[in-house]
Write a protein that binds this ligand. Structure first.
Ligand code: HEC
Ligand code: HEC
Length: 356
């Protein structure tokens, strides 16, 4: 082998340890991140650690890196895959021990506007706090924070990234959380067909437009006009009201997951869950906190005729209870067609969100 080739091999093996140019020191760099809101109003972003290009980049590397898991094989993106709006098409995701969780993975979309807590039950008050839970969860990445800190500290590439992002190569759980938070805050989706239609750049088909009207209209008990009531909880432009509610999936006898009650200990919060955004909903099947529905048609039929009465079902569901909304086949197809206009391909394929 030629001497040069040998040097190259050694360098590759040491990955930077001996080969980075000592003349180019890595420095702290606070280039503001150009936060894009698409067509959405400005969010409230963290002021203690303003979004910087370097911190977002670090968060993006961490999000896509198996190094956060015990086995090195599972990253956040394993259960939050970009092409399905950072969710998981499995009903219950499988952790590194091969054990399945008990809730469906959530889509990560427009979290910069989510202010009342994270997870289906809202148990995490902030994203930076939330981001550390999956690392230590035994049904997910099953790693300790000490180990993660140790592994990242021995990587020259990561140490450099911490310098650029935070001003020193000290790796701490707090900094890991902040970096992951910064990346997740940049996951903005507001360029769907629906948004372009609102902005006047295209028009919805007849069926999509009928679906939109049904979605946005209240039920009329005199049956003069049909309405599907969806907007109360899934109002544009976010298609969520950022609250915890019970939409009537089960009755008191059949509640399995206590939802929000697990956090507040209030019986009045039993089986209430975070109202999910419907942006990119055509891609994020299966649906609901337990992934019980596999298609949007099933979801619409549930709201039409399957909503169940219970002690905590939301009063807004009153017309969904039997005899139900009385939507016909065309109405249901139109609603589904409208929901499909919320798919934002630019978001789902944006190279800035991909593995770096
Ligand atoms: C094994 C699969 C799995 C892995 C790995 C995983 N998640 Fe999740 N994620 C889930 C599930 C399931 C939920 C819902 C859990 C619940 O509500 O109890 C969730 C919820 C979330 C939420 C809440 C979203 C909201 O709207 O409230 C965020 C944010 C999130 N995950 C970020 C991450 C980050 C960051 C990582 C990596 C450090 C990660 N996840 C790793 C499965 C996973
Ligand atoms: C009273 C508030 C409320 C109304 C009205 C409502 N929803 Fe929901 N929606 C929710 C809640 C809460 C969930 C999550 C429930 C769970 O998983 O336990 C949800 C979940 C969904 C989901 C699954 C999302 C996912 O990521 O899994 C879809 C799709 C959906 N709703 C569509 C609709 C449509 C279409 C309408 C009108 C026909 C509607 N919703 C009316 C509160 C509401």
């Amino acid at each position: 082998m030629k001497p040069l080739a040998i040097i190259f091999l050694i360098c590759t093996a040491l990955l930077g340890i001996g080969c980075t140019d000592p003349e180019v020191p890595v420095t702290f760099d606070e280039t503001p991140f150009p936060f894009r809101t698409d067509n959405l109003p400005d969010p409230i972003l963290p002021t203690d650690f303003p979004l910087t290009q370097q911190r977002v980049n670090l968060g993006r590397s961490l999000f896509h890196d198996g190094i956060l898991s015990r086995t090195g094989t599972q990253s956040c993106a394993t259960c939050h895959s970009q092409i399905v709006a950072f969710s998981d098409n499995r009903r219950y995701s499988i952790g590194v021990r091969g054990i399945a969780g008990t809730r469906q993975s959530m889509a990560l979309v427009n979290l910069a506007w989510s202010r009342r807590g994270f997870f289906w039950d809202g148990r995490s008050p902030t994203l930076r706090e939330q981001a550390l839970h999956p690392i230590v969860d035994t049904t997910e990445m099953d790693e300790t924070l000490d180990n993660v800190v140790r592994k990242l500290s021995t990587s020259r590439l990561y140490r450099d990234q911490f310098v650029k992002a935070f001003g020193s190569d000290t790796v701490t759980p707090e900094r890991i959380g902040i970096a992951l938070e910064q990346f997740m805050l940049t996951l903005v989706s507001g360029q769907s067909k629906f948004d372009r239609a609102v902005a006047g750049f295209n028009t919805l088909t007849e069926s999509e437009e009928r679906g939109r009207q049904l979605f946005m209209r209240e039920f009329d008990p005199t049956y003069k006009q049909k309405g599907a009531e969806c907007f109360h909880c899934h109002a544009p432009p976010f298609f969520t009201n950022d609250r915890f509610m019970n939409n009537g999936l089960d009755d008191d006898a059949s509640f399995v997951d206590l939802g929000r009650e697990r956090v507040t200990k209030l019986a009045s919060d039993r089986a209430k869950f975070k109202v999910p955004t419907l942006r990119n909903i055509a891609r994020t099947a299966p649906y609901m906190h337990d992934g019980r529905f596999s298609t949007l048609e099933e979801v619409v039929e549930f709201y039409n005729s399957g909503v169940r009465r219970s002690s905590t079902v939301d009063p807004l569901m009153q017309f969904n209870l039997a005899p139900g909304l009385r939507l016909d086949e065309q109405d249901k197809a139109d609603l589904v067609a409208y929901l499909k206009t919320l798919t934002d391909d630019q978001f789902l394929t944006n190279p800035r969100h991909r593995m770096p």
